[in-house]
Design a protein around this ligand. Structure first.
Ligand code: FES
Length: 427
């Protein structure tokens, strides 16, 4: 004699049914992880859970495959108008918004490109490298060589790109509009946000002066060289450039002649000493370039007693990670995917959801339908800052949080994954 499902449900207590349903769902979730499919969207505890359907049998594997969860982050679609090499190793991608809405960027801000690579959606920040007041249009410049896997993949698609999925614009590396004097120190692809500021503001801010020290491998590898030269020729009374090349400086004609050598501390000191046009007095100073150049430039500025409040920096680097949480707490293993309880305090209300150690706090919150704030979705803008009040997590480094914010227990929800049950407050 068989027992119908309805009869079975009628004599099993509801809490037991709910528990069994949750357990079956977890098994399905773990099995999906082992198959490399990533966890499903999160569900709020107490919400009516859908039937998990047939229960797959988990297949044990010796080493769990790390998975990246599907993201609930909403991206914006750009239509690529052209994608051409502008130096032997840099790709200029001109685009317009597909929805016809203005891009809405400030000069110096960046877009986060969501790029599928080997089955994972990677996120990388690329600064706008064009005027910011061009309505629906803009341009990114991506340096391929030594620029990382995503950059190399984009450059390899030169001429073929049709669309990009992005979040942003994001970031605070923009012109200090209180200042009348602006000094920019750039090297390599660090020129892109600075070029955006120069192309946007030099024509309009007639009372300001702008000087650029720009270091590059060689004249041939210099990104946006022609446009910057044209800008300096058009507005010589308020914009001047000092060039520095690691190689082939003698291939380039300028007045004064270019400097020869890598833009490190010694060369920068020499340029500042010999070029009175670069006047640091009361100037806002902007730094963007490879890490060694940034460190050297910062040391030179410290030596010249430029107050930190007048220095703006932009850093992009490959992510690492570090553990965060109360002192003496022990972080959970990052490598194995587990479910944890995530409590999110938002507008004074606490919402508890089931999360996975494979997803970021932001992905978990958005997946559960919570209105979590965010912009860049990759650690560069602090729009998603939350305060950890209990539990452990691991946050990717580098990110844009100040050391003091980190010491106080703030993390960025978009690049922090729980390693234990966790409570965060959206600040
Ligand atoms: S959304 Fe920009 S740092 Fe998280």
């Amino acid at each position: 004699m068989g027992v119908s499902t309805d009869n079975f449900r009628s004599w099993v207590p509801r809490p037991v049914l709910e528990q069994a349903r949750a357990t079956l769902q977890d098994i399905a979730h773990i099995a999906a992880c082992f198959r490399g499919e990533g966890p499903p969207p999160f569900q709020a505890r107490g919400a009516s859970a859908p039937s998990p359907g047939p229960v797959p049998v988990p297949v044990p594997v010796p080493v769990p495959v790390p998975v990246r969860a599907a993201s609930a982050v909403i991206t914006r679609r750009l239509r690529v108008l052209s994608s051409e090499l502008c130096t032997p190793s840099a790709l200029a991608i001109a685009f317009e918004t597909e929805d016809g809405q203005p891009l809405g960027a400030d000069a110096g801000q960046f877009l986060t490109v969501h790029w599928p690579l080997n089955g994972v959606v990677e996120k990388r920040a690329y600064s706008l490298a064009s005027r910011a007041d061009d309505g629906t249009r803009g341009r990114l410049v991506v340096k391929g060589a030594a620029g990382g896997r995503v950059s190399a993949s984009l450059v390899a698609r030169a001429g073929e790109l049709r669309h990009l999925e992005v979040t942003g614009p994001s970031g605070h590396f923009v012109l200090d509009v209180r200042s009348r004097r602006h000094v920019f120190l750039a090297a390599g692809s660090g020129i892109t946000p600075i070029a955006s500021m120069l192309l946007t503001h030099v024509p309009l801010r007639k009372q300001d002066t702008f000087t650029l020290v720009y270091g590059s491998t060689s004249p041939e590898e210099t990104i946006l060289r022609r446009e910057l030269l044209d800008l300096a020729n058009e507005f010589p009374e308020r914009f001047s450039i000092r060039w520095a090349f690691d190689q082939n400086a003698n291939h380039f004609r300028s007045v004064p002649p270019p400097f020869s050598g890598a833009l490190g501390g010694d060369l920068l000191t020499e340029i500042l000493r010999t070029q009175p046009v670069i006047d640091l007095h009361d100037a806002a100073v902007y730094l963007c370039g490879p890490s060694p150049m940034m460190k050297a430039a910062q040391a030179v500025l410290d030596g010249a007693n430029v107050p930190p409040a007048r220095i703006r920096t932009e850093r992009f680097a490959s992510p690492g990670s570090r553990n965060v949480g109360p002192q003496n707490a022990v972080a959970g293993a990052v490598g194995s995917v587990r479910r944890v309880a995530l409590r999110v305090i938002l507008d004074g209300k606490t919402q508890e959801i089931i999360a996975s150690t494979a997803q970021t706090i932001l992905e978990a919150g958005l997946g559960a339908g919570l209105p979590m704030p965010y912009s860049c979705s990759m650690g560069g803008c602090a729009s998603c800052r939350v305060h950890v009040t209990s539990g452990m997590a691991v946050m990717e480094e580098p990110n844009c949080l100040e050391a003091e914010e980190q010491r106080q227990g703030y993390v960025l929800a978009c690049c922090t994954r729980p390693t234990s049950d966790l409570t965060v407050e959206v600040s």
